[in-house]
Structures are given as C-alpha cells and as structure tokens.
Design a protein. Structure first.
Length: 187
C-alpha cells in the first residue's frame, strides 16, 4: 500500500510540474495581468469576474477597444478564458455576442498588422563592413559575422541564435544543418 501511495504522490508531483511547464512564464504573467485588469473593470461596474458571462466580456472588450489594438483584445479574451478554464469554470468565447462584437470593433477600427521591417542585403553588407572595421581579434570578427549571417540566412530569433550549441550543427553536402531545440513558435 505504501508503494502505491508513493507512486501516486510522485505522479501527482510530475503532473503538477507538467502543468506548470505547459505555458511560458511570460504567457502566465500576461494571463495574470490581463485578468487583473478584467477584474478591476468588473469590480468598478459591479460584475462578477469569476465566473463571468459572455455579455460582460463583450462589454469589457468594447471598453478596451478605445485605446487597444485588435491583437490586444484577442489576447485579453484568451487570458480571461484561460483563467476560467484553470479555475474550473466554462466561458463560451465563441458566443455570438463576443464574436460579433469583435468583428464590429475590427470593422470600425481596422486591423492593419504592423510587422518589423526586414534587414535587406544592403543593410547586411553594412553590418558586416562595420564588424570588419572593428579593432578586435579576427576570431571575434568571424564569430560575430557568423552569428549575423546564420541569423539572417535561417531567419532565427535572437533567443534561438544564442541557444545554438556545437552539437546542434551538422555539416551536410548542401551546407549546414542547424537543430533548434526550442523556439517561441514551436516549443
């Protein structure tokens, strides 16, 4: 019986660790912050924040829409939904009052996505020239140019670049194969 209890306790601890690891710390921090703001909105207007109703969430999204982007509204909706789910409550985020409200907000505000401008070849050449002109050891120049060129060629994020280890590199007839162990977009 003791062995069974110990096994269950170990499984319970491993399950809790898996649940904690299911989301990045920044994601959990964003959920917490977003829900705190939603809670303040509900308290100010005399609504329950947990559990809440689609109508209240829709009012909150309308309230936010004055000064927030559509992507922010979507993230807030996901945060509210996740907190409900984690606390064992159901919130229908596909309820027509929420979906139609978001569509109306998007139609009124517009939803232009502003991406970052890419580095073009001319910029890349300028960066390499600056590295070449530095008064530092050749090995450091080679390192810096390699990082810049690999990042550009692979379209890697900074965090992906700094996590590359020697064993992640495989030289193949076509060139270099790099294994990225963790990525923000594919963990």
């Amino acid at each position: 019986m003791n062995e069974l209890t110990t096994d269950l306790k170990t499984l319970h601890e491993k399950t809790l660790n898996n649940l904690k690891s299911s989301k990045a710390k920044n994601t959990l921090r964003a959920y917490k912050s977003d829900f705190k703001d939603f809670g303040a909105f509900c308290a100010k207007h005399g609504f329950n924040s947990l559990p809440t109703e689609p109508k209240i969430v829709s009012l909150y999204l309308t309230h936010l829409s004055k000064n927030s982007k559509i992507s922010t509204l979507r993230r807030r909706l996901v945060s509210i939904s996740m907190v409900h789910r984690l606390k064992g409550h159901y919130l229908d985020t596909k309820h027509p009052i929420i979906v139609e409200n978001l569509m109306g907000i998007r139609r009124v505000k517009g939803s232009i996505q502003k991406g970052k401008k890419p580095i073009l070849i001319n910029h890349l050449k300028s960066i390499i020239n600056v590295i070449n002109e530095q008064k530092t050891e050749e090995i450091k120049k080679l390192r810096d140019k390699s990082i810049i060129l690999i990042g550009f060629g692979g379209g890697f994020r900074r965090t992906e670049l700094i996590s590359i280890d020697h064993e992640d590199l495989e030289f193949v007839p076509e060139g270099l194969k790099i294994t990225i162990k963790r990525s923000k977009t594919d963990q």
